[in-house]
Design a protein around this ligand. Structure first.
Ligand code: ATP
Length: 269
């Protein structure tokens, strides 16, 4: 049952070409995560310590996991993902042990990249103490901090975190020697949306669909939503039993994906 909460990939098949936009963000992650693994001697020669952990934050579906996987691919490293929220909600009483297991596995499979998604679920500011749940979450957080403190910056286990809510994080996680680099992964701009649309429609039969126009008309749309729009447009064409996807398919798909996101936003209120 630990399979769901931990995802282990030998070397993910995601390459940087599969990521639209985010060039500067990718470079920052490479410096913090990939180069310490692939060229540690440069850090030694120059006499600089690589950051211990890098935390990515930003809206859901903007490519945080994608960047982590691509960097693991590039470094030929094992990618181990753990979801903070699944850890807290599905493994009550086992959180600290799971964190220990995670780091043991990371050391055994090194070089490796540990990616803790939704880290805010474990590391939320200690505002509402007193419930039984939070003492357990505290223990999980303490274990995570202990594991991070216990390993060498220059070792071949790199750690990444991701969250949508950096403002909620326990400052203990952000102290030097822990997540000492924090990087915002923003919503894509028009040029990035164009790249993302190209990536996700690369294998699709389009007829009269200017992707630059589509990019211009999809402001405030995440990469995950753009992917969904391409898929939905494809499904429209399948339903019509057509041989190509048209602009009208994309228009309907845009409406459908936007409606879905809006109803999800309402659920969060
Ligand atoms: P969450 O915070 O929900 O975990 P995330 O930022 O980690 O989100 P990803 O899991 O990386 O988001 O993105 C989900 C999917 O959306 C990706 O698998 C990919 O198909 C698509 N996607 C998101 N951003 C991009 C991007 N910049 N380029 C190409 N595809 C993207």
């Amino acid at each position: 049952s630990r399979v769901r909460v931990m995802e282990l990939i030998e070397s993910p098949d995601i390459t940087f070409e599969k990521i639209g936009g985010l060039r500067e963000e990718i470079e920052e992650v490479r410096e913090a995560v990939e180069y310490p693994l692939t060229k540690p001697e440069v850090f030694r020669r120059i006499g600089v310590e690589p950051p211990k952990g890098i935390l990515l934050y930003g809206p859901p579906g903007t490519g945080k996991t994608l960047i982590a996987k691509a960097v693991a691919h590039q470094a030929n490293a094992t990618f181990i993902r753990m979801s903070g929220s699944e850890l807290v909600h599905k493994f009550i009483g086992e959180g600290a042990q799971m964190v220990r297991d995670l780091f043991t596995m990371a050391r055994e499979r090194a070089p490796s990249i540990v990616f803790i998604d939704e880290i805010d679920a474990i590391g939320t500011m200690r505002l509402h103490d007193g419930t039984s749940g939070s003492a357990e979450v505290q223990r999980t957080l303490m274990q995570l901090l202990a594991e991070m403190d216990g390993f060498d910056n220059r070792g071949d286990v790199r750690i990444m975190g991701a969250t949508n809510r950096v403002d909620m994080l326990d400052p203990a996680l952000l102290r030097p020697g822990r997540f000492d680099r924090v990087l915002m992964v923003p919503l894509p701009d028009t040029a990035a949306r164009h790249e993302i649309l190209k990536i996700h429609s690369a294998k699709m039969q389009l007829r009269g669909v200017p992707l630059d126009k589509l990019a211009a008309e999809t402001e405030n749309t995440t990469g995950a939503e753009l992917e969904a729009i391409c898929r939905e447009a494809g499904m429209m064409a399948v339903r019509r039993d057509s041989d190509a996807i048209t602009w009208s398919d994309f228009e309907q798909a845009m409406r459908k994906v936007k409606d879905k996101t809006q109803s999800q936003d309402i659920m969060f209120l």
